[in-house]
Design a protein around this ligand. Structure first.
Ligand code: FAD
Length: 422
């Protein structure tokens, strides 16, 4: 039984994609997916967008129809929490004490929201009006509390915080965003793009406060709900709802306890393999060497989970193909679709194409003439061209064409000023 059995721990995006990719790549052995949530794999991005706003319902969240797994012989088990890996005997131990043998084991355990460590908030006791957002249950609970006129404080001006702010504002809540850094989206975009997003939120009525965090929390008389917070800028804000979006902690404990190498995620090679040749790791929980950027990265995005899943399937099927896709991501806020490709860290120049005031523009990040990354706001066609420029490590001897809208971006890779490393 063990001889050709693939066991996948976690039943999220990466796991669902991997199970499908194994069958597409004609893997004939048993495939078992063990997920600790009560649901089949579902789309997480709408949890802060269309699902939170009520535009789509629960059924629309399923990644695939449930019977599509059984039809291809993939055994998805929900409510199945893996507690330990036994590498010597090659099986996993579940919380009910049962064991599942494997030939290849794939860790697709994702991550969990980083918790705020403030007196009163650090405990495991759930507070009735404090929200983190990762699962359907989190989103349902928050959605049920989004009532017009309430005071919502969002801690964290990253994607999730800003998406929640936009949705809540559209539902008529009074929204304040506290961002500890000097600008929103600071870890991923240029100051120019941050300023654009801050201005959009402010014009929608969101109170964006940067260099601000919670200094202290005041509870109501029951002690079960936050009544007010004191910000580090000294102001006191009344609170009906508190949403905390301050990042993700990768779920690496299983790997760690089993002695696998872990550093900001489970360390894998370009094929998804961990320090144990029979164990792979993919998706948000994994840390891989990026050929594109010459360093290790851990990427939290659906396209990355899918790409790594396909790479892992190819490895298991004996047709190795290294993971070298350019990471990309998207965020929907108001009428704005932001798409980001590549990692901009270390850029030395920025070229803006189009006019932010027209709510449709791009920002290109370059280092030594090479296009490292690009942000596209409401420019889906040009984003496709940008993906190619980034993936091909396009280097420009003159950057003028990038900002010149009369020059189609789709033709830029053929321009005399362009050369490609990849
Ligand atoms: P997950 O989807 O988190 O799946 C991991 C699963 O493993 C979970 O169900 C977890 O409970 C389970 N698990 C963990 N430990 C165990 C165990 N021991 N035993 C059994 N099961 C276990 N990405 C984008 O690209 N674009 C977006 O716009 C976007 N928006 C997002 C909005 C929100 C609100 C959130 C939360 C995420 C968003 N993301 C977005 C990120 C994206 O959802 C993740 O990158 C993606 O889900 C990663 O897939 P994964 O399979 O690695 O992890």
């Amino acid at each position: 039984m063990k001889s050709d059995r693939v066991v996948i721990v976690g039943a999220g995006h990466a796991a669902s994609e991997l199970a499908g990719a194994l069958r597409q790549q004609r893997y004939a052995g048993p495939v078992v997916v063990l997920g600790d949530e009560t649901r089949f794999p579902y789309h997480r991005p709408p949890l802060s967008k269309a699902f939170l706003s009520g535009e789509i319902d629960l059924e629309a969240l399923d990644l695939k129809p449930r019977d599509s797994y059984t039809r291809v012989g993939v055994d998805v088990r929900t409510g199945a929490r893996v507690e330990a890996l036994d590498r010597r005997r090659k099986h996993v131990v579940l919380s009910d004490g049962s064991r599942e043998p494997y030939r290849k084991l794939v860790l697709a355990t994702g991550g969990r929201p980083r918790r705020l460590t403030l007196p009163g908030l650090e405990c495991d006791r759930p507070l009735s009006n404090v929200h983190y957002l990762r699962t359907i249950e989190d989103a349902v609970r928050l959605r049920d509390q989004l009532q017009p006129g309430l005071e919502l404080v969002v801690v964290g001006g990253g994607y999730i915080g800003l998406e929640v702010a936009a949705t809540a504002r559209q539902h008529g809540l009074h929204v304040t965003v506290l961002e500890a850094l000097p600008r929103v989206l600071a870890r991923v975009t240029a100051p120019e793009v941050s300023s654009f997003y801050a201005a959009v939120h402010r014009s929608a009525g969101v109170d964006i406060r940067t260099n601000a965090a919670i200094a202290a929390v005041e509870f109501d008389t029951s002690g079960d709900a936050v009544k007010a917070i004191r910000s580090t800028d000294g102001s006191v804000l009344p609170v009906d709802l508190l949403v905390i979006g301050v990042g993700l902690v990768p779920n690496v404990e299983l790997a760690q306890a089993a002695g696998l190498e872990v550093e900001n995620g489970v360390v894998v090679d370009a094929f998804g393999q961990t320090s144990d040749p029979d164990i792979l790791a993919i998706g948000d929980c994994s840390n891989y060497p990026s050929d594109l950027y010459g360093r290790r990265v851990r990427i939290e995005s659906v396209p990355n989970a899918s790409a790594q899943a396909r790479v892992a399937a190819a490895w298991i099927c004996g047709r190795p193909a290294a993971h070298n896709a350019a990471p990309w991501f998207w965020s929907d806020q108001y009428d704005l679709k932001l798409q980001i490709v590549g990692l901009s860290e270390g850029y030395d120049s920025l070229v803006v194409r189009g006019k932010p005031e027209e709510r449709s523009f791009m920002a290109f990040y370059l280092r030594g003439g090479r296009i490292l990354a690009a942000d596209a706001v409401n420019r889906p066609a040009e984003f496709m061209a940008a993906k190619r420029l980034v993936a091909e490590k396009t280097r420009l001897s003159s950057q003028d064409l990038l900002g010149d809208e009369s020059w189609p971006l789709q033709n830029l890779h053929r321009a005399p000023v362009a050369s490609h490393i990849g």
